[in-house]
Design a protein around this ligand. Structure first.
Ligand SMILES: [Zn+2]
Length: 266
């Protein structure tokens, strides 16, 4: 359990897609969200210390249900998560939770859901029973149906903040702070003060900023008050800036773009 960034469990969305090429990163994010959903602490969740949080951590909370690929007679894991497994989830989801106020289904390797299974999952996403949270873990969200994706909050997990150099990290933190403070004049001043960076330094800054935002979305770092939506919009903007730098567009021009679009109006 790292940063605790949900003000309360009611802040949680009813469905998430947690994306990372590394299974342990997806699971880590899933445990944090699941713990937030069932945590019994009064303030920010997950507290990490209550009985519910500890049970989630140990994988023994009765209201946090893992759905995995089944194992065949020869002890080999099946390639797909079939529709029957998801139908079981759908019928179980209407049953009240055991201990907590919410119930969380963690579908590991969600991209292994075959088409009928994904369509069955859609039913849950379209009419989620009260207090039910669905976590879809995937290496790549693109393998999921668009109709599924459009109903989930997508979080890209990963320790990307290590990317970029130390100077890039410093610039990224300074840039995001100004975006979060919504101080347009200050953001303009900052961008103007850095317009003489060379292309490599600017690229390192952009890369670091994307890494920081990814960590914010994964609740590894404080979001400084930026909403998930704002983080996503900034990632999109910075990716665009990175593309421009790769095409050798002038740093001054790229920072100008960030100054104009860094706050709220992407
Ligand atoms: Zn707790």
């Amino acid at each position: 359990m790292r940063e605790m960034t949900f003000k309360s469990a009611s802040e949680l969305s009813h469905a998430y897609i947690l994306v990372s090429p590394a299974p342990e990163e997806r699971l880590e994010a899933a445990k944090t969200i699941a713990a937030a959903a069932v945590c019994s602490a009064p303030g920010k969740v997950p507290c990490g210390n209550c009985r519910a949080c500890r049970k989630v951590r140990e994988g023994i909370h009765p209201d946090v249900i893992a759905v995995r690929r089944l194992v065949d007679d020869k002890g080999k894991q099946k390639r797909e998560i079939g529709v029957d497994q998801i139908r079981t989830v759908v019928s179980d989801a209407v049953v009240l939770p055991n201990e907590a106020e919410r119930k969380v289904y963690v579908i590991e390797d969600a991209e292994c859901m075959n088409l009928p299974a994904q369509n069955a999952a859609l039913k849950l996403l379209e009419e989620p029973p009260r207090g039910v949270i669905l976590l879809l873990l995937a290496a790549n969200a693109e393998s999921l149906l668009e109709t599924v994706r459009s109903r989930c909050t997508e979080i890209v997990c990963g320790s990307h903040a290590a990317e970029g150099d130390a100077e890039g990290q410093k610039l990224a933190a300074a840039f995001l702070k100004r975006c979060a403070e919504r101080d347009e004049a200050e953001l303009f001043r900052w961008c103007a003060a850095n317009e003489n960076l060379d292309n490599a330094a600017a690229s390192a800054f952009v890369e670091s900023a994307i890494g920081l935002l990814t960590d914010m979305l994964c609740r590894r770092k404080s979001s400084l008050g930026l909403s998930d939506r704002e983080c996503y919009d900034l990632v999109t903007l910075l990716e665009h800036a990175g593309d421009m730098l790769r095409l050798n567009v002038g740093v001054k021009h790229v920072l100008g773009l960030l100054a104009v679009r860094g706050i709220g109006n992407q």
